[in-house]
Design a protein around this ligand. Structure first.
Ligand code: AHR
Length: 712
């Protein structure tokens, strides 16, 4: 053969081989196999594995779960501006003004500082009407709007009193009034006062009512119901207005408007949001934080005592996320929230460390804080014969609530003074001495902060670990608990999330979560509780009069004034806790495909130059001993279909009828939004399973739960 012909033949053969290589399956790519060992019962799944974590962040309560619709109802949100309030004048000929009147010397002259209702309601709002051509009033814009729905009864209430202008009495020697003297305004305040829910331009009234303002120098509370018509179209572009057409000085405080609440509970919750939580079947609620427990300053720590009782006694407090909390959702409401979900409380008690870095030294200085925590626990579980148990009964709930775990502080690893060891021990000793049935959780976990962990006294029984990661990090670390010491403390993963997408997370984040949860579930003999954070986000961006509603991207449930939705991650949480047995089923995995993780800046500091391989398939299985149901969870994080051979070792008989629940999407950044709330939701179908060994092909970017039925 000539040289040229040989070369040509070699080229032809190589080409054919290349074509063949494309079509013949890679003999090295072996079938991915999951073998569930059902020959003997595995370890117990923690009965409290899945729960919820909550705090006032992103307007989770005020402008969220707490159903109150009036923003800044006691006028304390801002010391100088009546945030969310404005003046309404039907006719520009009217002469009227609005003003904050506070019982403090800041900005307010002495002679106007005399309208406090009590020690909590110390700031009020004044409408001065010098001349009324048509109606004049005050409007509240709500939390990024007032939700209007058809055939809905709203309960409105407010304190009001009216006067004419007057010369206030002066202290001897006090400054004389400024000249020119204030105009004389006649007191025509007594009479009908109109209350409306109306469009922002005032042209459409959705619901209206009146109260009859009596002539009195004393504060009086008025209540009325406003009901919308059946033909009203839902909108959040509405405001709440209290108006008059008569001259005088009108003073307002504690202005409130409640729509129907979950189970009609007074001072209750938004039904749609509470229902979403109930549907997650959580076993516990970790509250009140998070950073919200600690407060920016020591004096801003969650003030549970002033969150109890009538709203008149709740002054609110500085929250930890840049806005004031009304405390309408106070300690009893947290507990009612638990009761609504049939969940128990996991109480975070303030442990003497706040976000600005200040701490209270262990010892006598810390004792008042320890006593405060003991009082709080007594309020929750004390018998009605105890001081705080009696208070709870007086607040309407004689029955003690369920409490097993108390967490001492929150993320005290930020406390660089290393004072947590002493503080933790002081709290633990006091709590366990008075309540031996309770278990204290250390907020510093050995694995995460080995140099700051609690070392004195006995080892903490439970450690709280927090993880906020991207999906790569979740996939890479999804099996971290497979290697944890079983003789050490139990683990509470008290805050975690895959942080991709804003304001709520996307499908890729849900795939990160699902992989991470599979790891926790497989190890739920050790991971006794876990909860995602943050739970809620009000999705409103800034307007001319209100700031952006959220402070933290990547949240689980989004809402505005009118509607709400779950992120793909929400649905992962929901199906993971709904399809869960009581025994862990050990799984042997073979040929799990991997993919290289992109290198990070951290890798370069750590000297890692080759991209580490991370799995693309994640799994866990549990069995319900009572029903014989097996729940197999499998996650495929790639955009390719993934065949998996599933073997049930030790099962001779399996029902051919199985249930399949799948959450999936086309692209990793697919997501749900307030306008497209159900793009990614679980889809349930019935499938046939031929035998105890079968093949399933996982959809691209999917989380699948297979419910298989064996004999018991
Ligand atoms: O979940 C948001 C914040 O993250 C929590 O308040 C805090 O505990 C953590 O740092």
């Amino acid at each position: 053969m000539k040289k040229k012909t040989i070369k040509k033949s070699i080229l032809q053969i190589s080409f054919c081989m290349l074509i063949l290589a494309c079509f013949i399956p890679d003999l090295n790519a072996q079938t991915t196999k999951l073998t569930l060992d059902l020959t003997k019962p595995g370890a117990n799944v923690s009965p409290m594995l899945y729960g919820l974590m909550t705090e006032e962040i992103n307007h989770a309560y005020d402008g969220g779960l707490y159903a109150e619709l009036i923003r800044n109802r006691i006028f304390k949100d801002n010391k100088t501006t009546p945030e969310a309030w404005s003046l309404v004048r039907q006719d520009t000929n009217s002469k009227a003004a609005i003003k904050l009147i506070a019982a403090t010397q800041e900005n307010i002259p002495f002679d106007e500082r005399r309208h406090a209702i009590n020690g909590a309601l110390t700031t009020c709002f004044r409408l001065t009407v010098e001349k009324a051509d048509g109606r004049v009033g005050i409007a509240n814009e709500g939390y990024w709007g007032i939700p209007v729905k058809p055939s809905t009864a709203y309960k409105a209430s407010f304190y009001i009193k009216g006067t004419g202008s007057f010369q206030p009495p002066r202290r001897p020697g006090a400054q004389q009034p400024v000249t020119p003297p204030a105009p004389v305004i006649e007191d025509n305040t007594p009479g009908p006062i109109t209350v409306t829910i109306e469009s922002n331009d005032g042209k459409t009234v959705y619901a209206s009512g009146t109260i009859d303002l009596v002539k009195s120098i004393y504060w009086k509370k008025y209540e009325l119901t406003l009901t919308t018509g059946a033909d009203v179209k839902p909108t959040k572009d509405a405001r709440f207005v209290i108006s008059t057409n008569r001259t005088g000085l009108y003073y307002f405080n504690l202005v409130s408007l409640f729509p129907p609440t979950y189970k009609n509970q007074p001072n209750g919750f938004r039904p749609d949001l509470m229902q979403m939580l109930v549907d997650m079947k959580p076993k516990f609620l970790r509250f009140p934080g998070g950073n919200y427990l600690e407060g920016p300053l020591i004096t801003d720590a969650f003030p549970w005592k002033t969150t109890l009782g009538p709203l008149e006694n709740r002054p609110g407090h500085n929250g930890s996320w840049g806005y004031r909390a009304s405390d309408g959702l106070g300690l009893l409401e947290f507990l009612m929230w638990c009761e609504n979900m049939n969940a128990e409380a996991v109480l975070g008690v303030y442990a003497g460390y706040s976000l600005n870095g200040d701490h209270v030294d262990a010892g006598p200085l810390l004792k008042p804080y320890v006593d405060d925590a003991l009082d709080e626990i007594e309020y929750i579980i004390g018998d009605v014969k105890t001081y705080w148990g009696a208070k709870r009964a007086a607040d309407g709930h004689p029955k003690p609530f369920k409490l097993t775990y108390v967490e001492i502080g929150n993320e005290d690893w930020f406390d660089r003074s290393n004072s947590y060891d002493g503080r933790f021990n002081q709290f633990r000793t006091a709590i366990e001495t008075k309540y031996p049935q309770l278990h204290c959780i250390s907020t510093i976990a050995d694995a995460q902060y080995p140099t700051q962990k609690v070392t004195s006294g006995k080892k903490p029984e439970v450690l709280d670990e927090h993880y906020y990661r991207n999906s790569w990090a979740m996939w890479e670390n999804a099996s971290q608990y497979d290697k944890y010491d079983r003789k050490g403390p139990k683990i509470f993963v008290g805050e975690w999330a895959t942080r991709e997408g804003a304001p709520t997370t996307n499908l890729n984040a849900a795939l990160g979560d699902a992989a991470w949860m599979a790891g926790m579930e497989r190890n739920s003999d050790l991971i006794i509780m876990s909860c995602y954070a943050p739970l809620f986000v009000n999705v409103n961006t800034a307007t001319a009069t209100a700031p952006k509603a959220w402070q933290w991207d990547s949240d689980l449930i989004g809402h505005n004034a009118l509607t709400s939705y779950g992120s793909p991650a929400y649905y992962v949480q929901k199906i993971y806790s709904s399809y869960l047995g009581n025994k862990i089923v050990p799984i042997t995995a073979e040929n799990i495909p991997t993919q290289p993780r992109p290198l990070t800046r951290r890798d370069s500091t750590d000297g890692i130059t080759t991209a580490p391989l991370v799995p693309t398939v994640f799994y866990s299985a549990t069995k319900d001993e009572k029903t014989g149901a097996i729940y197999l969870k499998v996650v495929n994080t790639t955009g390719k279909q993934q065949p998996v051979e599933i073997n049930l070792k030790g099962v001779s008989k399996i029902s051919p009828d199985a249930t399949l629940v799948v959450i999936k999407g086309d692209k990793p950044d697919d997501t749900n939004t307030i306008i497209e709330p159900e793009k990614i939701i679980p889809v349930t179908s019935k499938i046939k399973v031929a035998a105890a060994s079968f093949m399933r092909t996982l959809d691209p970017y999917s989380v699948s739960i297979l419910q298989l039925q064996t004999g018991k």
